[in-house]
Design a binder for this molecule. Sequence first.
Ligand SMILES: *[C@@H]1O[C@H](CO)[C@@H](O)[C@H](O)[C@H]1NC(C)=O
Ligand SMILES: *[C@@H]1O[C@H](CO)[C@@H](O)[C@H](O)[C@H]1NC(C)=O
Ligand SMILES: [Ca+2]
Length: 142
Amino acid sequence: MMSFFPLLLVGILFPAIQAKQFTKCELSQVLKDLVGYRGITLQEWSCTLFHMNSYNTQAIVHNNGSTEYGLFQISNKSWCKDDQIPQSRNICDISCDKFLDDDLTDDIMCVKKILDKEGIDHWLAHKPLCSEELDQWLCKKL
Ligand SMILES: *[C@@H]1O[C@H](CO)[C@@H](O)[C@H](O)[C@H]1NC(C)=O
Ligand SMILES: *[C@@H]1O[C@H](CO)[C@@H](O)[C@H](O)[C@H]1NC(C)=O
Ligand SMILES: [Ca+2]
């Protein structure tokens, strides 16, 4: 996880099956068990996740020798295990492809572990792009 700018341009692959792409308004519902954890607000998540893959649950990004999966771009390097070389530390004790479906329960459990260990700075877009002026990231629809 070094530079996220090139990833935005070239790194996002869309698998053949249709990706579930959440809207800003759907996020408040799907992230409700995560919002507030370690003080991170809905706006901050909304902004950070948008800059990574536009809320696409099936994003697979190859980044400097590791692969990052799903809405939260969870990496096979430390957090989950994929089929390639199963020697990841696999801290979340889960198969990486579980982060590509629409059920975010397991994703959020792993994200909480990442927050415990590394904080929100683990997601590189957060600090430069999502630290202020966040009102636009809330769903305006009633
Ligand atoms: C890529 O990973 C290697 C080995 O972990 C590291 O030394 C290097 O700094 C990383 N480069 C980038 C651009 O992230
Ligand atoms: C993660 O994925 C990359 C790219 O597919 C692979 O080369 C690497 O071996 C995998 N890392 C682990 C720890 O499984
Ligand atoms: Ca999942």
